[in-house]
Design a protein around this ligand. Structure first.
Ligand code: AMP
Ligand code: TRP
Length: 343
């Protein structure tokens, strides 16, 4: 029996897709697949519009993320892979949920505070309302599980809360309460330049992250330049406390090799970081090369990728429209004419 009924997740088509997206999100989606009944993976292009600087080359970036999903092991014949903007029900439900979302809840969202910076008066309304649209992305499919990195936990909790207030208003459970699924070891992959900041697409330095499209020489160079400290590798994970860069590099190695940090401490105890960096470079190259090659191959044929996205949108639209009809009904809106005809 499936453990997960309906899984949904998404990535913004902004900047370079990186190792944090892979280990924090997509790798987990692939691992969950065998226990999942239905899966939907969205490329959230309308979210990209909230940070206008990032929204250049949206259509190419959308195809790149689709290629990454497939190259990392998501099977488009078993999961719907689609662009958010191809399913208008997301924004329609987003509006309805806006009308239930207290400002106090939105004011607590830490990602808005980080992204808006000091001058929040100049931030756009879309950026502020982003978590509500994300809740709609999830709830429009009545998704039960949402696999994401740690930074998205607060947003999935908001989606749960909004599902709760909506259900209360409707007087029955229209939406299941979605659960975040956050990988324990790889919830937060850190920057290669600063072990206290998250690896992110928006970091100005390319050396802060490994891109899924980096070639072997670039990976080797980025790991060589990665920040470390001058101590050797300790015998136990406990002794890594207060050494964020060391913990991060060993954590990446552990995730890619499917070993625990304990095992790695025993293996590398007393050695310097240069030997760990060599081993890490090797495993990154052997793990990411097949992904890069498959992505490049898929990207050579954009029409085929578009076909996959259109097919995914068809599946997504039919689920979403059915649920939207129920939502409209629960809100007491007059049925649309196309819905009357179907009755
Ligand atoms: P984004 O790049 O912000 O669209 O993130 C897409 C997915 O990758 C989300 O589930 C994030 O939580 C996850 N993610 C992004 N950066 C990291 C990171 N540094 N470590 C772990 N997960 C991440
Ligand atoms: N907000 C997520 C991020 O920045 C992306 C996202 C949008 C998402 N909608 C979603 C993730 C729905 C999971 C489910 O990473």
């Amino acid at each position: 029996m499936s453990v997960y009924q309906r899984v949904l997740s998404g990535i913004r088509p902004t900047g370079h897709i990186h190792l944090g997206n892979y280990l924090g999100a997509i790798h987990n989606w692939v691992r969950m697949a065998k226990n999942t009944k239905e899966q939907l993976f969205c490329i959230v292009d309308q979210h990209a519009l909230t940070t206008v600087d990032d929204s250049k080359n949206l259509s190419d970036n959308t195809r790149t993320i689709a290629a990454a999903y497939i190259a990392c092991g998501i099977d488009p014949n078993k999961s719907a892979i689609f662009a958010q903007s191809h399913v208008p029900a997301h924004t329609e439900l987003g509006w309805y949920l806006n009308c239930f979302a207290p400002l106090g809840w939105l004011n607590r969202m830490t990602q808005f505070k980080d992204k808006a910076g000091k001058n929040s008066d100049r931030a756009n309304l879309g950026l502020y309302a982003y978590p509500v649209l994300m809740a709609a992305d999830i709830l429009i499919y009545k998704a039960t599980h949402v696999p994401v990195g740690e930074d998205q936990k607060q947003h999935v909790e908001l989606a749960r809360d909004l599902a709760g207030v909506f259900n209360n208003h409707a007087n029955y459970d229209v939406f299941p309460l979605p659960e975040p699924i956050i990988p324990k070891e790889t919830a937060r992959i850190m920057s290669l330049r600063d072990g206290l900041s998250k690896m992110s697409k928006s970091d100005l330095s390319d050396y802060s992250r490994i891109h899924l499209l980096d070639d072997s020489d670039t990976i080797a160079l980025k790991i060589r330049k990665a920040k470390t400290d001058s101590d050797s590798i300790p015998g136990t994970p406990k002794e890594l406390e207060g050494r964020p860069e060391a913990s991060n590099l060993l954590g990446i190695y552990a995730a890619l090799s499917d070993q625990t940090i304990e095992t790695l401490c025993v293996r590398f105890e007393g050695q310097t970081f240069s030997s760990v960096k060599q081993a890490l470079t090797d495993i990154l190259i052997s793990s990411l090369t097949p992904i890069r090659e498959k992505m490049l191959h898929l990207l050579q044929n954009p029409d085929e990728l578009d076909k996959i996205l259109y097919k995914g949108a068809e599946t997504a639209n039919s689920l979403a429209e059915q649920n939207l009809k129920e939502v409209r009904n629960a809100l007491g809106l007059l049925p649309r004419i196309d819905q009357l005809r179907k009755v």
